[in-house]
Design a binder for this molecule. Structure first.
Ligand SMILES: Nc1ncnc2c1ncn2[C@@H]1O[C@H](COP(=O)(O)OP(=O)(O)OP(=O)(O)O)[C@@H](O)[C@H]1O
Ligand SMILES: [Mg+2]
Length: 452
């Protein structure tokens, strides 16, 4: 049996939760506001279910105060309005979990069983600046937001993984902004864009005269980052010799400027790549020891096609950003929304942003219609073909051709198979492999329906 304190200004929700918990054999106490909740918080309370949006003191502040106590109970945030900001902030402040209301009885049961024994106090930290740039409330994005909150204040290296355009750099910035290092610099270095022979000086700096062209001292990115965050973007493209140097920095926290003496660095390293590092390790192109060193805290951002519920909120976010001064925000028509949802977004969020920006510029009326949305699936699919991986490139092409054929045949698989010059069974197998059997390219004509 657990002693649970429920803090929520909504009486019906409060009583509903209390009733369900009592049914499950627990003891409950309730409070209608942050202040009364804090007053009711005794050492007997094992867990707190806490609302965020409350008049007076909000849930984040209540959480902060609870967490600053000597041995705080587990706090679970329950909110009807989960945002990236409040999810990251809650996890960072030490919430046990962050859940969206309403929460069912079964979910409640599992939650209470998962609660840890009472933990000792963790230092309450200052709140990161309030801005909500990381859009998305899909399961996948919420997981990423929680991971950011948990990892923000740790000194460990974070490795951000995700296809191109999924928001790796944005996540790196969120890690910085939500950390105690937020007032120090965030320095990003794109390891793929800098020629090999310049990267060392770019990262570690150099001493005047150490090589031809070194006409003055240069501090380098590690020193520029001070106590802040150094973002090593596209680390999968770094050459082996440089990888060895980075490994040494991560192990010893010392950098050596070209032509200079070793000095300490306090910068926190966050790395990102769209490449499959494990595979690069297997091919001998990436150091295994560095891979393990980087992979202590991996944050994997799911591709947009795996979180379709984020598409419309993201599109609206980009619409709001594209508003011309003095003009009202443009709206998406129903058919346009359908079209956005149907696209597989090989270029992920960046592609979506570009599509919306283009539509905003090219549409005069205030309503964006389906024909204003130019996704050109085919183009993007082939543009994103992996260069050095023939089987992966063939698979992409195959998927794109199958999608196109199904679309052209209004979803009729027999017809699509004939068009592709393969048998129907093979088409089925391939559709399953590419996850096309559930999706419907064209709901009005019913792709994916069995056309026997
Ligand atoms: N969750 C999100 N909310 C709001 N904007 C997003 C989100 N994810 C990505 N974006 C936007 O999409 C664009 C691409 O994101 P970003 O540059 O971070 O991707 P990336 O993964 O680093 O891509 P690449 O691998 O090509 O470098 C940026 O304009 C970014 O602001
Ligand atoms: Mg990037």
């Amino acid at each position: 049996m657990a002693n649970v304190l429920i803090i929520d200004d909504d009486a019906a929700l409060r009583d509903g939760l209390a009733e369900a918990l009592t049914d499950l054999g627990h003891h409950t106490e309730t409070a209608p506001s942050g202040r009364t909740g804090l007053a009711a918080l005794t050492d007997e309370i094992d867990a707190v279910l806490l609302d965020i949006n409350m008049p007076g003191m909000d849930g984040i502040e209540v959480l902060r105060r609870i967490r600053s106590r000597e041995a705080p109970p587990a706090v679970v945030i329950l909110t009807a309005f989960a945002s990236a900001e409040n999810t990251i902030e809650a996890m960072r402040l030490g919430a046990f979990d962050h859940l969206t209301k309403p929460i069912g009885r079964d979910e409640l049961k599992v939650l209470i069983e998962r609660l840890p024994a009472r933990r000792s106090a963790a230092a309450a930290a200052t709140r990161a600046s309030a801005f909500d740039t990381l859009i998305g409330s899909s399961e996948g994005m919420r997981r990423v937001q929680k991971q950011i909150g948990l990892a923000a204040d740790s000194p460990s290296t974070v490795l951000i993984l995700g296809e191109t355009g999924t928001g790796k750099e944005l996540v790196a910035r969120a890690l910085h902004v939500h950390s105690a290092r937020k007032d120090s610099p965030f320095i990003a270095v794109n390891c793929a864009a800098i020629p090999e022979d310049l990267l060392e000086s770019e990262l570690f700096g150099h001493v005047k005269g150490s090589f031809t062209g070194a006409t003055s001292d240069r501090s380098g990115a590690f020193r520029d980052a001070e106590n802040g965050t150094l973002f090593l973007d596209e680390i999968g493209d770094m050459k082996l010799a440089m990888q060895a140097k980075i490994l040494r920095v991560l192990q010893e926290r010392m950098i050596t400027p070209v032509g200079g003496k070793p000095i300490r660095t306090a910068a926190r390293v966050v790395a990102a790549t769209h490449r499959d590092l494990a595979k690069l390790v297997a091919q001998g192109e990436f150091r295994e020891d560095l891979y393990y060193r980087l992979n202590v805290v991996p944050v994997a951002i799911p591709p947009l096609r795996e979180r379709p519920n984020d598409i419309v909120p993201l599109a609206e976010h980009f619409l709001a950003q594209s508003v011309a001064p003095g003009q009202p925000m443009k709206q998406l028509g129903a058919a346009a929304i359908e079209k956005l949802k149907r696209c597989s977004w090989p270029g992920n969020v960046r592609q979506l942003r570009n599509v919306i920006e283009r539509a905003c510029v090219l549409t005069r009326s205030h309503l964006i219609e389906a024909e204003d949305i130019e996704t050109s699936e085919q183009d993007h699919a082939s543009r994103a073909l992996p260069e050095n991986d023939l089987p992966a490139a063939i698979a992409k092409l195959e998927e794109a051709m199958i999608r196109k054929a199904l679309h052209a045949c209004g979803g009729n698989r027999t017809e699509a198979a004939r068009r592709l010059n393969i048998n129907r069974q093979l088409l089925y197998t391939k559709m399953q492999r590419y996850g096309l059997s559930e999706t419907s390219e064209n709901p009005t004509t019913g792709v994916g329906k069995d056309d026997e």
